[in-house]
Design a protein around this ligand. Structure first.
Ligand code: UDP
Ligand code: MG
Length: 325
């Protein structure tokens, strides 16, 4: 078997602080992989600029001119990590045999990429990078992340525990991924649905090399909420369940109050009345909210808007000769 053509896809959003380190590390790794004949010399590093407002694209573009391995893709505006990653995967798939996705901040251990490739050569088409320790993450991030995985499990969604978006996929797997046309995309939930021969590789997650997280609490919560509602109808089902329980509960109460009336004890409290009004009112609002969330999702899906728009393609399109040194 010839050496496979590998493309490493790196989504970047305002990453000017960390990019110099990322270029150095990944370029070094790529030359090593090529020298050791683990991958073909037509392998590439594809940096996707997700509509950054800092120097990210300038940095990427300069590198594409100076280094044979570096390529870039500039999206027309910020579409979020998942969609930026998807843009990179679909583009990379055109010219590669296998594709690895990794964050720009070097939190994931590049050294395990060799391990990924070993598994690929053994015939695995999807290799998940799984974090064994998360000591470098804050206590808050760790606990919220863990509750997220537990909640997803409770909702019946099949996720690879402690796996983020650091993974290898074969060209064929990425092609199949294109068939999942949903707009509300949550890759960690979808990739296991592809099936194929898959395995995991374990590594320790490090601290961000430089710059700040692009996932503040608000974005993290909306990501988790999207993850759940895109994959599970348990929340909407539980609304029905709560409705049924409260309906039969109130029937029982009515019976009880009727009995009290029958035996002449009619002094009923105002407190119970007002609490039940608030309780039922609250439940109704929650129910309407959950249903609204699903309807909102359907609304987004039926519009079928493009998930991303490519502004500049410096991957498949060759750069003009005079740019090269
Ligand atoms: N990212 C992106 N678009 C966004 C937000 C983030 O492409 O709108 C990229 C970011 O540049 C990084 C990766 O997604 O390469 C993961 O983001 P980050 O490291 O900030 O998340 P965390 O590791 O803190 O969860
Ligand atoms: Mg990170």
């Amino acid at each position: 078997m010839n050496e496979p053509i590998l493309t490493i896809v790196v989504p970047c959003y305002n990453e000017e602080e960390v990019l110099p380190y990322t270029f150095k590390e990944l370029k070094g790794l790529m030359s090593e992989l090529v020298q050791e004949r683990l991958v073909s010399d037509r392998s590439r590093l594809l940096f996707v600029d997700d509509g950054s407002i800092d120097q990210t694209w300038t940095f990427i573009y300069k590198e594409t001119i100076q280094n044979q391995y570096v390529r870039g893709l500039k999206l027309a505006r910020n579409v979020g990590h998942q969609n930026a990653l998807l843009a990179g995967l679909f583009k990379a798939q055109e010219l590669s045999d296998c594709i690895i996705s990794i964050d720009a901040d070097l939190q994931d251990d590049c050294a395990v990429i060799k391990e990924f490739l070993k598994k690929y050569k053994e015939g695995y088409e999807i290799v998940y990078g799984v974090r064994v320790k998360r000591e470098s993450d804050t206590f808050f991030k760790r606990t919220t992340a863990q509750s997220f995985y537990k909640l997803m499990k409770l909702m019946g969604v099949d996720l690879v525990y402690n796996h983020a978006d650091f993974r290898l996929m074969s060209k064929r797997a990425v092609e199949k991924l294109e068939k999942f046309e949903e707009i509300n995309l949550f890759l960690r939930g979808i990739v296991p649905l592809i099936g194929f021969n898959s395995t995991s590789v374990y590594y320790e997650r490090k601290e961000r090399k430089a710059g700040k997280t692009k996932y503040p609490l608000k974005k993290m919560l909306s990501f988790a909420f999207d993850g759940i509602t895109s994959f599970s109808i348990t929340p909407i089902r539980s609304v029905l369940f709560i409705g049924l329980v409260s309906f039969f509960g109130s029937l029982a109460f009515a019976l009880y109050f009727l009995c009290l009336k029958f035996f002449g004890a009619t002094e009923l409290g105002w407190t119970s009345l007002i609490t039940s009004i608030w309780l039922i009112g609250g439940l109704q609002l929650i129910a309407v909210g959950i249903i609204g969330e699903y309807i909102g999702k359907i609304y987004k899906e039926v519009k079928r808007r493009p998930k991303y728009i490519i502004d500049i393609d410096a991957y498949t399109v060759a750069l003009p000769e005079h740019f090269k040194d």
